[in-house]
Design a protein around this ligand. Structure first.
Ligand SMILES: Nc1ncnc2c1ncn2[C@@H]1O[C@H](COP(=O)(O)OP(=O)(O)OP(=O)(O)O)[C@@H](O)[C@H]1O
Ligand SMILES: [Mg+2]
Length: 163
């Protein structure tokens, strides 16, 4: 994969539906401590990264860790879908509070590719859920309008369409 240059104090959201490659990308580009994953936080509070009933507690934890890292000016990467409701607005607000550069990485992966990747892994999310999340993908212009300083498209950074 090509390198992804980020300011060392950036607040970064990976944005994409289940199966789009966010965690794979995070493992390639960042140190484990720089990535805060909603799945891992679910596992920390409920011993099960798929336990959706633990989501509220998991996001409380995710927010707490992210806020501490941003206060300290440490690179903070949020590995969650970041597609629903307040998920992005929370990070926008807190990163502005700590005056950290806001970077979005948009997983602009075609639905058919996401469905195929999802279907071929151990933890398969129901296909209709993947479709519902995929339909929520914002455009680059929408992300800039929300206030993200930099928006990277994931596809040119991965081997699928690297040029
Ligand atoms: N660039 C890629 N090319 C081909 N396959 C990929 C690529 N990125 C990820 N995959 C594969 O797609 C599957 C899903 O990837 P991954 O678990 O990283 O998705 P995710 O966005 O983190 O999903 P979730 O939101 O459910 O955690 C994995 O099997 C992974 O190996
Ligand atoms: Mg993941």
């Amino acid at each position: 994969m090509n390198p992804l240059p980020l300011p060392p104090d950036a607040a970064c959201a990976l944005i994409g539906p289940p199966g789009s490659g966010k965690s794979t990308f995070a493992r390639t580009h960042f140190k484990p401590t720089q990535v805060i994953s909603s799945d891992f936080c679910r596992a920390l509070v409920a011993d099960d990264e798929n336990d959706q009933s633990a989501s509220a507690d998991a996001f409380d934890l995710l927010h707490h860790i992210a806020d501490k890292r941003m206060e300290r000016g440490r690179l903070t990467v949020i590995d969650a879908t970041n597609l629903r409701g307040g998920e992005r607005s929370w990070l926008l607000g807190r990163a502005r509070h700590w005056q950290r550069p806001l970077v979005a990485v948009l997983f602009d992966v075609p639905l058919a590719t996401v469905q195929a990747q999802n279907a071929s892994r151990d933890r398969v999310v129901p296909a209709h859920v993947v479709s519902e999340f995929h339909a929520l993908l914002p455009t680059v212009d929408q992300l800039h309008a929300e206030g993200w300083d930099t928006v990277h498209l994931a596809s040119p950074l991965t081997h699928r369409t690297s040029s």
